[in-house]
Ligand binder design. Structure first.
Ligand code: NAD
Ligand code: MLT
Length: 310
């Protein structure tokens, strides 16, 4: 079992692979050309979100049997290309949900209270709160788009702030809304009209990419706060910038700006936009969980055993 790990995973995960008898090459600074040159030697490849596992790579990966996505979203992996070749793709959808949820709450509080802006001023020896009045969460309405693992965790936590929670997710049952204790909105526009804070938690798919765009922001309440700790582009960045200019959107918190991993998104220029570099899963706990889980799954898949997240 020869495994290439092309992005950092927890030491515990690497140890597990070795304990199970795999030969592991940890090569996290390969150029694309270098990766394409050597991928043909490997039975399995473990990636996070930066490595694009696509047709170009599959064509060179003549021995590849398993792709391990150390994390949740598989939007950097061409699933059809893998299926066509009988390559198994495994991921760890549950392992980092709590961390992603907690960063969502962190971004939400940071944006609503302008914490990074205050921090920057005071570190620059300027004691000045002007222009940075915050917004209280009590009695505000938060709209959650995508009431899956992370959306539900966010809902549960925000209730303790005394917020009203509404959600839009056409793919889950009414009983799921009831179980989480949130009000269901049948249409995205109905949610956009009532929420003070919008937070998106859908996967990135053809359907969700750009789903919060010009039309949706046009019906939003003036002064909306937008949080995206899911994937770049689910909230269309051009429409978002326009809405910031017209003050429909007052503040934004984003974990994954467009252009990842290059810091090139125009949103980075705006003071009322708080950004983190896809750090949602970057906690010790989440990375240990993800590392160990992906190691176990890749080994099981290579051995032809049952894998829960294949
Ligand atoms: P999940 O699959 O558990 O939940 C996603 C929900 O979105 C599902 O309930 C689904 O029905 C719903 N959905 C799908 N299409 C929709 C649509 N068009 N409109 C409304 N709802 C729709 O996923 P999850 O584990 O909660 O992850 C949510 C997102 O967070 C994913 O994009 C994932 O990649 C991302 N994520 C980010 C980080 C990070 O580091 N920032 C960490 C983990 C996950
Ligand atoms: C995920 O999809 O798991 C997250 O975005 C975190 C990651 O890719 O590390």
């Amino acid at each position: 079992m020869k495994i290439l790990v092309s992005e950092p995973i927890a030491e515990k995960g690497l140890e597990k692979l070795v304990q199970e008898g795999a030969t592991v090459d940890l090569k996290t600074s390969l150029t694309r050309q270098e990766l394409l040159k050597i991928i043909g030697e490997y039975d399995a490849l473990i990636v996070r979100s930066n490595t694009k596992v696509n047709e170009e790579l599959y064509q060179k990966a003549t021995q590849l049997k398993v792709v391990g996505r150390a994390g949740n979203g598989v939007d950097n992996i061409d699933m059809d290309g893998a299926t066509k070749r009988g390559i198994i793709v495994v991921n760890t959808p549950d392992s980092n949900s709590v961390s992603a949820c907690e960063l969502t709450i962190g971004l939400l509080l940071a944006t609503c209270r302008n914490i990074p802006q205050h921090h920057i001023r005071l570190k620059g020896k300027v004691w000045d709160r002007s222009g940075l009045k915050g917004m209280e969460l009590l009695d505000k309405t938060v709209g959650i788009v995508g009431l899956g693992r992370i959306g539900s965790l966010v809902a549960t936590r925000l209730k303790s702030f005394g917020m009203k929670i509404v959600a839009y997710d056409p793919y889950i049952s009414d009983s799921r809304f009831q179980h989480v204790g949130v009000e269901k909105k049948e249409k995205l526009e109905d949610l956009m009209r009532v929420c003070d804070i919008l937070t998106v938690h859908t996967p990135k798919t053809e359907e969700t990419y750009g789903m919060i765009g010009k039309e949706q922001l046009a019906v939003a309440k003036k002064g909306l706060t937008v949080i995206n700790c899911a994937r770049a582009g689910i909230v269309n960045e051009v429409a978002l910038i326009e809405a910031l200019k017209t003050k429909i959107v007052a503040r934004v918190g984003i974990d994954v700006p467009e252009g990842e991993p290059e810091p090139i998104s125009p949103l980075l220029e705006y003071d009322n936009v708080i950004v983190t570099p896809h750090a949602g899963a970057d906690t010790k706990e989440a990375q240990d969980n993800v590392g160990v889980t992906i190691a176990q799954e890749v080994i099981s898949a290579l051995r032809g055993e049952m894998v829960p997240n294949a």
